[in-house]
Design a protein around this ligand. Structure first.
Ligand code: UDP
Length: 236
């Protein structure tokens, strides 16, 4: 498998075409951004950690009935994935109030939600990824009703599987963001990444933040937090 052409360069990853039109190679970068690109920096070793953490969790999800775009880890920071057209939604699942939800509803961070919360944002940097509901999604045809039903079902399944898995490793899954894509035949699969960049992970015992909030909020020990997640997941 070889990279033939740079298809897209985002904030945290580069995506390349390959000699197989159905497969792409994702290359994870150490670059970090927050607040819609306003804050920029690098987190040493992040690319490798996010690649390895994402692949580990994608494999776990596949085993538990969630179809994903994962094909094969090529190298520490590169992975072969199935080519998809991305559904332009950020799918956010929340177990405990934090970040924008805590702010919006006036909740203290750490407040347990009585029921899992599912949110959708329309992926558009210029608009600042506005939150949308089912009516906006169908009216704007971001996806079909059947796709939205499947996406919601998969997102809640991802939450069940990951919450239970991480709990045993002493990690509380506070909230996370998913993206889904369509294969050439229309099949919906989980795409993008699942990493400390896209999830809030709190140490179950101490409540210590082990995710990108350390970068967003200048809490220090950012690299240590990413390494700690890798260590707990992979035992290294
Ligand atoms: N998130 C993400 N990308 C985004 C926005 C949010 O990966 O563009 C993740 C974030 O890491 C957190 C969850 O989605 O785990 C909920 O984020 P929130 O809406 O609280 O926004 P934030 O406070 O991170 O701006």
């Amino acid at each position: 498998m070889e990279k033939t052409k740079l298809l897209y360069e985002g904030k945290a990853k580069k995506v390349y075409e390959t000699n197989d039109p159905a497969l792409l190679i994702v290359d994870y970068k150490d670059d970090a951004t927050a607040f819609n690109g306003l804050k920029k920096g690098t987190i040493a070793g992040k690319g490798e950690i996010n690649n390895r953490v994402t692949n580990h969790l994608m494999k776990l999800l596949e085993k538990n009935g969630v179809p994903t775009h994962f094909v094969e880890e090529l190298s520490p920071r590169q992975t072969v994935v199935k080519r998809v057209s991305i559904v332009p939604l950020e799918v956010i699942v929340r177990n405990i109030a934090a970040g924008s939800l805590a702010k919006r509803l006036g909740l203290q961070e750490g407040t347990k939600m009585k029921k899992t919360v599912l949110e959708f944002c329309y992926k558009d940097d210029e608009l600042g990824d506005p939150m949308v509901n089912e009516y906006h999604i169908l009216a704007m045809e971001y996806c079909t009703q059947e796709e939205l039903r499947l996406i919601s079902q998969y997102a809640l399944k991802v939450n069940e599987v990951l919450s239970a898995y991480l709990k045993d490793l002493g990690i509380e899954l506070i909230d996370f963001k998913l993206e889904f894509g369509r294969l050439a035949d229309g099949t919906i699969v989980l795409a993008d990444e699942i990493s400390p960049d896209t999830c809030r992970f709190w140490d179950s015992a101490t409540g210590e933040k082990l995710d990108k909030d350390r970068f967003r909020r200048d809490l220090g020990h950012v690299e240590d937090a990413y390494h700690e997640i890798l260590r707990r997941l992979m035992g290294e």
